[in-house]
Design a protein around this ligand. Sequence first.
Ligand SMILES: NC(=O)c1ccc[n+]([C@@H]2O[C@H](COP(=O)([O-])OP(=O)(O)OC[C@H]3O[C@@H](n4cnc5c(N)ncnc54)[C@H](O)[C@@H]3O)[C@@H](O)[C@H]2O)c1
Length: 451
Amino acid sequence: MQVAVIGGGYVGLVSGTCLASRGHAVTIVERDAGKVAQIESGNSPIHEEGLDELLSATIGKTLFVTQDIREAVANSDLTLIAVGTPFNGDQIDLSQIESASIEIGKVLKDTERYHVVVVKSTVVPGTTDDLVLPAVEQHSGKTCGTDFGVGMNPEFLREGNAVEDFMNPDRIVIGCNDDQSFTAINELYNSFKSTDKIRCNTTTAEMIKYAANALLATLISYSNEIGNICEKVPGVDTQDVFDGVQLDKRFSPILENGTRIVPQSNTYLRTGCGFGGSCFPKDVNALRVYANQQGVDSAVLDGVIKTNAKQPDTVVKLLHKHYTSLQDVSITVLGLAFKPGTDDIRESPSLTIVNQLLDAGAKVTVFDPHAMEVAASTALSSHSTITYGESVKASIEGAEAIVVATAWPEFETLPAMINGSAPAPLVIDGRRMFAPDSVARYEGVGRGPSV
Ligand SMILES: NC(=O)c1ccc[n+]([C@@H]2O[C@H](COP(=O)([O-])OP(=O)(O)OC[C@H]3O[C@@H](n4cnc5c(N)ncnc54)[C@H](O)[C@@H]3O)[C@@H](O)[C@H]2O)c1
């Protein structure tokens, strides 16, 4: 199948490369010339396990990249829209979706073959039918259902695991309003034979993605709120509490042979320093605003956002248990990415922590295995006083306190690295990576005072 993908970011690049590796002829359209050059040379602009290998195996063979939308769309059967849908502070910003739809419409004006326009970006319910469809119709002069079709195929990949998730999806949601569009989208996924596929209308597909992300974000904020309560209760540790909660058969079913299944969703039932990334914060906010526009009270979603916004503060409060002032205290923050496995720092709680420490006058050193360059050149670029460590070991040298803000596996050996150091640094475990007795001086989120 000939496929165009608009947007060569996390979703567009991973989807395009994976589909090209499954035999489709894919052309990615990316407006950023720098990204185009990098992709063309077979090097991924983002850090994702296995992506470089897949990219160099497909580029120039079944995968192509261009800035020219006409070249890509005119020669394709199907276009995936994978552009950004940020939250602008008031509501979802659909301007990239709208301009991509207009550009696609202009190309389709001069083509003969039936074409299906599929939204892969996360968009509020109604966007495909009420924005994409009319924009393509208006600018192509053609009729939806006769000359072209529209579809909505949300993406569920997780950054840090993106290639694996795309290649082995747990479900494929095909939102469409006619059989011809369904057949085309189904053909796109013809090599994913054993995957559960759900056919629904485009609006339901849009809502499935929001409901899924909002549920996961809710689990995280719920777990953080429980952890914040535990922190006030002498002798109680959130880890023990959730270990107990998760043994409920409804969360971890026991098979007839006695084996217990531990669903991955249980990893969301853990206290930490908050969620970030390019999806959960903006998607929960967009759904909250959308709910209000429909006259629905979004009390739960409002709470999810409120709890999350405050969660980085809990880490800084743990430091204040040991220091009345952080002025001139040497603190190393381990982890800048919003989660391990990615170099994405968008909305990362770690950045909030770094900013609070700088505001408090601390001498801050940071280290992240993959996100240092992007952080130094963007979010942290205005802070000239930050020291960037070259390794975990180098970054913790001389630190009075170490804050773990991202659960990178590279940090697992931290206790061994610092044990025996005099004076012993205080470890603030924002991700509950370590046993409390694994280091001399320990504070972890969600731990009540010792009894
Ligand atoms: N990142 C994730 O983990 C993830 C997972 C599932 C769904 N999503 C959703 O997928 C969508 C894309 O997310 P992302 O993280 O890939 O965003 P991104 O910002 O990494 O990438 C978007 C890309 O689109 C390009 N672009 C925008 N308009 C264009 C145009 N008209 N022509 C060519 N290129 C254009 C931008 O330059 C950018 O490179 C969002 O709606 C997001 O919510 C993201």
